[in-house]
Design a protein around this ligand. Structure first.
Ligand SMILES: CC(C)(COP(=O)(O)OP(=O)(O)OC[C@H]1O[C@@H](n2cnc3c(N)ncnc32)[C@H](O)[C@@H]1OP(=O)(O)O)[C@@H](O)C(=O)NCCC(=O)NCCS
Length: 138
């Protein structure tokens, strides 16, 4: 990542979180959903450009012991392919290395845009004996 960007080791402001998710093509979430997400994540960082724009973010939900889930990996379209996603994910994984006991499991649901990045940082497909499953509640 160039000096044009600053990694901030906290959650972004709520409005920026919602805007970045929407701009990156992730599902639209409500302020009621976003508030606890920003408050209760185990690790969260965002990247700010020189103009003050929140350009990228990512977080980990975790129990602090051994189970950690990466979520909200997103970079604004105009800032993609500049190394921001890699910087965010490397920072999150460094948090696990520094703060969690040895032997942590880190997982994620890999949408297609993120798959090259995740594979480059060591994530491997869970199949063929297991697959990810989700359940959306009304
Ligand atoms: C996934 C995402 C966060 C990656 O952010 P980014 O800032 O563009 O990522 P980077 O620039 O750090 O790229 C990281 C690596 O992935 C590779 N990569 C990124 N996008 C790629 C693409 N579309 N095709 C192939 N490789 C790609 C890069 O080559 C780079 O590898 P390198 O560091 O060895 O050069 C971004 O594409 C995004 O926000 N997508 C839309 C939202 C989304 O789907 N998020 C993932 C949810 S699981």
């Amino acid at each position: 990542m160039t000096d044009a960007y600053l990694l901030v080791p906290t959650a972004p402001p709520l409005v920026d979180y919602l805007r970045l998710r929407r701009a990156a093509g992730l599902s639209v979430r409500s302020p009621e959903q976003a508030g606890p997400a920003l408050e209760n994540s185990w690790a969260f960082c965002h990247v700010v450009s020189t103009s003050g724009e929140v350009a990228a973010m990512g977080r980990i939900i975790g129990d602090g012991g051994w189970y950690f889930h990466v979520a909200d990996m997103a970079t604004l379209p105009d800032h993609q392919r500049r190394g921001l996603g890699r910087r965010v994910l490397e920072w999150l994984l460094a948090q696990v290395d520094e703060r969690a006991p040895a032997g942590a499991l880190v997982n994620l649901i890999a949408d297609p845009p993120g798959q090259p990045l995740y594979e480059k940082l060591g994530f491997r497909w869970v199949g063929p004996d297991a697959v990810g499953m989700t359940l959306n509640r009304p």
